[in-house]
Each structure stands twice: as C-alpha cells, then as structure tokens.
Design a protein around this ligand. Structure first.
Ligand code: TXA
Ligand code: MG
Length: 328
C-alpha cells in the first residue's frame, strides 16, 4: 500500500478515536462513520444527516469474528449467511448484546452488522479495530452517495474526513436480512438477491411484516431527489416529455430503451441495460438529473424481474409522494 493511502487511513483512525465523523467508501455506497462505542460520536451522525434518533444504524466490522462483541443469540442461519456472503454487501440483523448503546440500535433489541468487502473500508476497520456505526452518507431521505464528491456535496465541512475510494462498485445499499426472529426476513433488497439467500437458507424468506424491526430505508419516501420523480412506461415518457416541453417546462429523463426525441428542453440519460450496471450508475444519474433544474424526472420503469428487485425498490421509494406535474 502506498504511504499516501497509509497516511489517509491513519488520519481517519485518529478522527474516529477523537469522536469525529469519517466518510468512507464501501462496495455499496459511502458510509458516514463514527466510533460505534462512543455515544457522543454517534450523536454527530444523527445531527449531520438530520436523521431521527430512533432510526438504527449499521455497525461495520473488519471480520465476522467480531459479531459476538455486538450480538447475542447468534442463530445457525446467521452464521451460514455470514460465512457465505461476508465480506460483502449483506447486512444481518441479530439480537443485540446487552452493552450496545441505544443510539446505535434506535432503542430496539436488535443490531444490524455488516463486514464490507471494499479494500478501503476493510483497511480502515482493521486499523481502527472496533465497530464503525455508519449509515449511508446522505442527508436523511435523500439519494445515497456513491462518490467522495457526492459526500462533500451533501455535508461540506461537517464531515471531519472523507476517504476517497472512487465510485462504489455496487452502487446501491446492502441487502438486509433479519435473522433475529423465528424465520429469516428480507428487510431491504440488494445486489445479493432473495433467491441467493433462499438458496442458502433452504426456505423462502418471510416478507418484512409489522413485527419486523423498523428500517427507515423501507419507508415509502426515501432515496429521493429534490425534483419530483415519476416511474413510467417508455411511450408515456415520450408523451409526457413532449407535452411538458411544449408547455415550456424542462424535463429530465432516465431512459433504458426509449430513444431520445429530437426536441430541446429535455435532459436525457440513456441508462445501462443490465441490472448491475444500472444499479452502479443509478444514484450518480439521479443526482445529475436533479441538478438539471427540471420540473420533473421521468424514469423508465425497469423490467419487473427478480434481478431488478433492488433497483425497483429504490426507484419506487424515490417516486413516492411525487405528484404528476400538470402538463395539461
Ligand atoms: O450498504 C449499506 O448498507 C450502507 C453502507 C454504508 O454500509 N449503509 C446503509 O445504511 O445503507 P442506512 O442507515 O442508510 O440504512 C441501513 C438500514 C436502515 O434502513 C436501518 O433502519 C436498518 O438498516 N437497520 C439498522 N439497524 C437495524 C435494526 N436493528 N433492525 C432493523 N433495521 C435496521
Ligand atoms: Mg440510507
């Protein structure tokens, strides 16, 4: 490892030990991290994000061997999932260990744990030694950050240190599986699919129900740009985009198969055709379209296939609560 990287990690560790905030890349999205065992440091995460205090955080660890420091009653299914998918984009919900601070768990009796595979995240965690509590590095309810520039645009100088690891390879948040109850439940879809999990568990996952632990990433309105966003079929996009531009509105479009029409007033991004690359680019694309200052972002509905479940989930939540613009 080059000494510049060593220095950056050493500085980030100092910041964490002093109770500061460090944004760092993971394979999914950037995290906004603090020492999970320091309540005053964890409070800063909630303040910086504008996130309600009862919304729990994920504790990131260098190794699965540290699970017993944070969780109790670790079921066999949890062990198997951890062995198969860690390090990687999977978060597991366990019963918490008694000492864990309520600020981390949102006062619930469970804890979210993840061992990320990104080399910078891993090096930071190994050098720090303890758990790093980190939500996605975005303001509450907004689009997650997948580059260091996104993090700076969200937080400016309220974050003490930003480790720049380039663009996150996966691009959307980890799959969350709750193994604290009688039957494993999928709380948030991600690049590790329900089918991947079910193949290992050997039984269908329970859907998240009213008894499941709360997960704000599962609130209807989340991952949202400031511009109203609508999910539409390709022909409707073309119709709405041309009627809105005729009314003098600028329109942003995230297309997949639709072809760009030849009129002005449309900011157009042709998104990748395959789900992993689409997910990789999704938040950067939404940020770019949000900055275009348009009346609406029209997103072409992706295929309703299992490989697209996580993308679908994020887009549906980004669209929740946006009223259709008046194009009449
Ligand atoms: O990919 C990711 O998971 C990223 C990177 C940084 O690791 N983190 C992330 O954190 O997406 P956040 O806070 O934006 O989303 C974590 C989700 C939230 O919906 C939270 O409510 C849920 O995990 N969560 C955390 N602790 C939980 C718990 N004890 N029970 C149920 N859900 C929990
Ligand atoms: Mg988040």
């Amino acid at each position: 490892m080059s000494s510049a990287i060593d220095d950056a990690i050493a500085h980030a560790v100092d910041v964490l030990r002093a109770g500061g905030l460090v944004a760092f890349p993971t394979e999914t999205v950037y995290g906004l991290g603090a020492d999970a065992s320091n309540p005053d440091a964890v409070k800063k995460i909630y303040a910086a994000k504008g996130r309600p205090r009862n919304h729990p955080l994920i504790v990131h660890l260098a190794s699965g061997r540290q699970v017993a420091d944070w969780a109790s009653d670790i079921p066999e299914t949890g062990k198997r999932l951890a062995r198969r998918f860690w390090p990687g984009p999977l978060t597991l919900i366990f019963k918490r260990a008694a000492h864990v601070n309520d600020l981390v768990t949102g006062g619930q009796d469970t804890i979210a744990l993840r061992v990320p595979s990104h080399p910078a995240a891993h090096t930071l965690l190994a050098a720090f030694g303890g758990g790093i509590a980190a939500p996605s590095a975005n303001r509450y309810g907004r689009v997650s950050a997948t580059t260091a520039e996104h993090v700076r645009a969200e937080f400016g100088s309220t974050v003490d240190c930003v480790l720049d690891g380039g663009a996150c390879p996966v691009g959307i948040e980890s799959t969350i599986v709750d193994v604290s109850g009688a039957r494993p439940a999928l709380l948030r879809p991600g690049s590790i699919t329900a089918a991947d999990i079910e193949a290992l568990v050997g039984a269908p996952l329970a859907p998240a129900g009213p008894a499941s632990p709360r997960a704000p990433g599962t609130l209807p309105k989340h991952y949202a740009p400031q511009t109203p966003l609508m999910l539409l079929e390709p022909d409707l996009i073309l119709e709405l985009a041309s009627s809105m531009t005729r009314q003098g509105h600028n329109v942003a479009v995230l297309a997949r198969s639709a072809l760009q029409p030849l009129h002005s007033g449309i900011t157009w991004i042709a998104a990748p055709h395959d789900a992993p690359q689409y997910a990789h680019d999704l938040y950067a694309n939404l940020r770019q379209l949000d900055r275009a200052g348009c009346a609406a972002i029209l997103v072409e509905q992706p295929p309703l296939e299992p490989a697209w479940a996580a993308v679908h989930d994020r887009l549906t939540r980004a669209a929740a609560g946006s009223a259709a613009p008046d194009a009449t």
